[in-house]
Design a protein around this ligand. Structure first.
Ligand code: ADP
Ligand code: MG
Length: 507
């Protein structure tokens, strides 16, 4: 079925058509600075296509809830438990109901988690419910940021993973991503790269313009035209739009954005008793908690101190007492390394460490080093992550000394830091021809409890040509690593994770 919707007008006044069926297969990326008209454009697209295709909108500002009045979209408020959100998302797919996931009022980290849970549950829908859905994500750089920011590593990983699933692997499942961003350079590259249709609006910054030019296959000079675009004007390109860059003026919309730009209003008459008015509290104010949302409590320092006093590995070494700063500067490189390794082992020996974020572990690590009076410039976070990955792989001294391990380390650099530990764990098993780790074991190495995610990770490594997964005659899993010329012994994928009690750290 071919359906062309009308997005607005071309320079000559003819309608600008967007082929919806083609869009489902080839996805769309919209970019333009704040105020360039992206949300308006998305609204036009949603309104025009509402009768043809199911729609799900991930809406950080709660802008799109007004679609419910005229088009019947169900509004889902994001402030719910993860279980609830996942349940709603899977019923949304089953019953083919269009909805707006409104994330207004949540902090960024909560927005990321809620969107991730919702998108993943849609992605994981049973095969029989793989109907086509337009999944529109406004301000997509929030959910698929190019670099880590203030949010926890864990939230970033979740959200980026869900957006990657949507854009890279969603097509077969009927999910068609339509994403809008104000800063192309802030959007994760792999997520942007999966869209084959583009609508580029006004863009000021050279770096965004350069990224846009690269995506569109234009030379950078040509891309300068994005700087002069007026609000509501975009350049479209792609199989669902046009084979060569085409200027489009986006047409009018039926519904209004709920949050429009602020308008000037006359100031109120001056009132008397301003102080009274402002400083007299309502009775209920006094019972309200101080902040709206509590963050998870950081690990109390006393805990760490208590644990330190229990820790044994370093007690036979002289540890400087307070005032003994000189002792630390006297550490040789080996002594320093020994202490750093010991602290690392200590942290990873905590059974819960597998489920804590790298950022939290890193803080813990720095505090403990300071307690041990290991001075000098601290290990950077990137290096720390790498060390954690190696420690978590459970590599023993003998394996670590071999040539194959050096190759495994080199290969691991092909995946992002958060995945290196998992890959190295598989490499250790392959080098030593031990049984293939179970889903539960892989999940723990990745810091999750989800077996499904563990299997997805293997799928990802396979896509990267790092591993080959196959099974023996009894259905047990074998992971081969071609570059190492090695493979694991068969292992049951569904075996329980026996020593979930503690990750060993071998240095
Ligand atoms: N094509 C258009 N026609 C009329 N008004 C528009 C058009 N595009 C944007 N606007 C108006 O301009 C303002 C900013 O647009 P918006 O879509 O919110 O920008 P963005 O999402 O890129 O920040 C809004 O008030 C919107 O209604
Ligand atoms: Mg907007």
């Amino acid at each position: 079925m071919q359906v062309g919707i009308d997005m607005g007008s071309l320079t000559g006044g003819q309608p600008a058509r967007l082929d919806i069926e083609e869009l489902l297969a080839t996805r769309l990326l919209v970019q333009g600075n704040s105020g360039s008209g992206k949300s308006h454009l998305l609204r036009r697209l949603l309104e025009q296509s509402a009768q043809w295709v199911q729609q799900v909108i991930i809406d950080p500002e709660g802008d799109f809830v007004t679609l419910s009045e005229k088009y019947g979209h169900l509004v889902v408020e994001g402030e719910r438990s993860e279980g609830e959100l996942a349940g709603i998302a899977s019923r949304i797919r089953r019953h083919r109901v269009s909805c707006v996931l409104s994330l207004e009022g949540l902090d960024v980290e909560q927005q990321m988690r809620a969107a991730a849970v919702f998108l993943n549950a849609m992605f994981d829908a049973d095969h029989e419910f793989w109907y086509p859905v337009l999944v529109v994500v406004d301000e997509a750089q929030l959910f698929a940021p190019a670099v880590g920011g203030d949010v926890s590593e864990d939230a970033r990983k979740m959200s980026l993973g869900a957006m990657t699933n949507l854009m890279c692997r969603g097509r077969k499942r009927g999910l068609a991503g339509v994403i809008a961003t104000q800063r192309l350079a802030k959007l994760a590259k792999n997520v942007a790269a999966e869209a084959s249709n583009f609508l580029m609006g006004r863009t000021f910054l050279d770096i965004d313009m350069a990224r846009a030019a690269d995506l569109l296959g234009m030379d950078r000079r040509q891309a300068e035209m994005f700087r002069d675009l007026q609000r509501g004007n975009f350049v479209g390109l792609g199989p669902a739009l046009s084979r060569r860059p085409l200027p489009i003026a986006i047409g009018a919309v039926e519904t209004q954005a709920r949050s429009s730009s602020p308008k000037l209003m006359p100031m109120p008459e001056t009132v008397e008793d301003v102080e009274d008015l402002i400083f007299t509290p309502d009775p209920e104010e006094l019972t309200r908690p101080l902040t709206r949302r509590a963050r998870p409590a950081p690990r109390p320092t006393t805990d760490i101190l208590a644990e330190l006093s229990r820790a044994t590995p370093l007690q036979d070494q002289p540890i400087a007492r307070s005032g003994g700063e000189a002792a630390s500067s006297g550490l040789s490189a080996e002594e320093r390394e020994e202490r750093v390794s010991a602290v690392l082992s200590e942290i990873l020996a905590d059974p819960d460490s597998g489920y804590r974020t790298d950022a939290a572990l890193y803080q813990d690590f720095l505090v403990r080093l300071r307690m041990r009076r290991v001075s000098g410039s601290p290990m950077p976070l990137g290096e720390f992550r790498r060390r954690v990955a190696i420690a978590r792989s459970g590599v023993d001294a003998e394996t670590a000394a071999g040539e194959a391990w050096a190759t495994a380390l080199r290969l691991s650099a092909q995946v992002s830091e958060d995945l290196q530990g998992v890959f190295l764990m598989l490499a250790v098993a392959a080098i030593r021809a031990e049984p293939c780790p179970s889903d539960a074991r892989i999940a723990r190495a990745y810091g999750t409890h989800s077996a499904r995610r563990a299997r997805r990770l293997l799928g990802y490594f396979e896509e990267q040509d790092l591993i080959i997964v196959h099974a023996d005659h009894s259905g047990k899993r074998i992971v081969g690593i071609p570059e190492l010329q090695a493979e694991t012994a068969p292992g049951a994928a569904d075996a329980p994770d026996e020593d979930a009690g503690g990750a060993e750290a071998a240095e």
